[in-house]
Design a protein around this ligand. Structure first.
Ligand SMILES: [Zn+2]
Length: 112
């Protein structure tokens, strides 16, 4: 039996950079503040997406997205999948996921 699915949240850089950087540091997914700030800087310079939630439950993922709504483009991924990877998408749950079994939230196989 597989474990229920958790989620990763990615966000694009937004202004002011100090607030974006603080968000990435607070997310605590890079192991150190220095690495978090470096990731935030890279996202700002390259326009890429930065991880702001890792292996979290659905409610927490939604809360993070709500927190930055209107300031940043966010993506919720099934944990372990990257925004650049080919994945399936559930428009009802705004979730990118892998596999052929359908959206894990629709299927009720996720960490709430
Ligand atoms: Zn769904």
């Amino acid at each position: 039996m597989e474990d229920a699915v958790t989620f990763d949240v990615y966000a694009k850089a937004f202004a002011p950079h100090a607030e974006f950087s603080a968000l990435v540091v607070t997310a605590n997914v890079y192991g150190s503040e220095l690495k978090a700030r470096a990731a935030a800087n890279e996202a700002k310079q390259l326009g890429g997406q930065v991880l702001i939630g890792k292996h979290i439950g659905w409610a927490q993922a939604r809360a993070i997205v709500a927190k930055v709504a209107g300031r940043s483009a966010t993506e919720i991924m099934q944990a372990g999948y990257f925004p650049s990877e080919t994945s399936q998408y559930c428009s009802e749950h705004d979730l990118h996921y892998g596999g052929c079994l359908g959206c894990h939230v629709c299927n009720n196989f996720f960490v709430p």
